[in-house]
Design a protein around this ligand. Structure first.
Ligand code: NAD
Ligand code: MG
Length: 387
């Protein structure tokens, strides 16, 4: 029996993880499941999987959660501190699938108890890669990538010498507006941005795919996770979303990872690693697919990719500033305060204004301070633009 916990259990990644473990309930002992507002799903899964504890991020929903769990024997808890406490309970395998910077603290707590951390939450590496990797090393914990591109790179690297990598290419579908005329982008609505051509994901990451902020985050994540230099990381637009990443070696070979756009592959790979287990994903019929196409990303359409390079060059806590500004700009776009193309302006301006105001040393407190500062700056910029 493996002890497992899922942070962000009610979301898209969380539910896909539960889909996999619910197929073999005898193999797993569920320690903690966490969610936010969706109490019915959180409580239902906690009861079904016999979790020890279910935690909602919202203290005002604790009574609802208690009521939903009444008589089940599952403990109820609420608030960020309770999520961190749940993450410090011993577990063998922990899924980090909270969306946003809120995923950082529980991920670190899980590493500190030596768990194998399946990392879907990309914000952790973007904001505080040094802290995550340092904690894993100190506590003998393993981090396994769950983002599909990074899982693909990790798989392509299996058995290879990391020194022989020349480049890492991660692919991007291009999102909802890949083929829109540039002039029309300014008027794109959140509903239009939240419809992805290939992947079925949470609302925020889907909009981030349309703006390429998702890929910008993934470029930084690649640098942190695999320790390559920014120059070695390339982005390739691949509308079919079947090749997830390619690794180029010094002998000129490219190892590509090809698979259906189903997150249960990357989640299942991390769940069973280092073994490969049978997974309930579609088998690709490449003869039917016929053709795969690739093109270079247009940086005018997607300024986020250029911003990612600036963030990597600046280093330090700029990743935390970048992420917080991006999250705040996304909130502003979803709320109808700013247009689609203004998000990149807000992020860039926040990075400029935050210069010299953030600490240089990477500690959890300094990351939190940079995050807080960037959100305030970004909110002010949004208010000015909206008013
Ligand atoms: P989602 O919005 O579907 O789910 C997010 C989860 O986090 C939910 O369980 C929600 O209750 C919880 N949550 C939200 N705010 C919270 C807070 N403040 N504190 C605690 N919990 C909170 O998101 P998702 O698409 O499942 O993505 C989760 C993470 O995985 C993100 O970092 C995303 O970038 C990453 N990711 C997702 C996919 C995908 O296919 N969905 C792919 C790669 C990486
Ligand atoms: Mg991805």
């Amino acid at each position: 029996m493996r002890r497992i916990s899922i942070f962000g259990a009610t979301g898209s990644i969380g539910q896909n993880t539960i889909d996999l473990i619910a197929r073999a309930p005898a193999d797993y002992e569920v320690v903690a499941l966490t969610g936010a507002s969706n109490i019915a799903v959180l409580a239902g899964d906690a009861i079904r999987l016999r979790a020890k504890v279910a935690v909602t991020a919202h203290p005002h929903l604790l009574e609802d959660l208690r009521a939903a769990l009444a008589g089940s024997g599952v403990e109820a808890a609420a608030g960020p501190a309770a999520i961190a406490e749940a993450a410090s309970r011993p577990a063998d395998w922990v899924m980090s699938a909270i969306v946003g910077a809120a995923g950082l603290v529980p991920g670190l707590a899980a590493l500190e108890v030596g768990a194998t951390l399946a990392l879907a939450n990309k914000e952790s590496l973007v904001c505080a890669g040094g802290l995550m990797l340092g904690a894993a090393k100190r506590h003998g914990a393993t981090i396994l990538p769950v983002d599909s591109e990074h899982s693909a790179v990790f798989q392509a690297l299996s058995g290879e010498d990391i020194q022989t990598i020349e480049r890492i290419i991660i692919t991007a579908s291009g999102g909802a507006f890949r083929d829109w005329p540039l002039a029309k982008l300014r008027h794109a609505t959140p509903a239009q941005a939240a419809s992805h051509p290939n992947w079925d994901m949470g609302q925020r990451i889907t909009i981030d795919s349309a703006s390429m902020f998702n890929k910008a985050m993934e470029v930084i994540e690649t640098r942190e996770f695999f320790g390559v230099s920014p120059k070695q990381i390339e982005v390739l637009v691949h509308p079919e979303s079947l090749v997830h990443a390619l690794v180029g070696f010094q002998d000129g070979a490219l190892m590509a990872h090809v698979g259906p756009p189903d997150m249960r592959h990357a989640i299942g790979y991390a769940l069973h690693w280092p073994r490969r287990a049978a997974l309930p994903v579609e088998r690709l019929d490449l003869a039917r697919v016929g053709a795969l196409s690739f093109r270079a990303p247009d940086e005018q359409r997607w300024p986020a990719l250029r911003i990612a390079r600036e963030v990597m060059a600046a280093g330090g806590l700029n990743g935390a500033v970048f992420n917080a500004a991006k999250e705040t700009a996304l909130d502003g776009f979803i709320a109808g305060q700013i247009g689609f193309t203004v998000m990149a302006d807000v992020v860039e301006q926040t990075l400029t204004e935050a210069q010299g105001q953030v600490e240089t040393r990477m500690t959890l407190d300094n990351v939190a301070q940079a995050d807080h500062l960037a959100r305030n700056i970004a909110r002010q910029i949004i208010q000015k633009r909206a008013g």
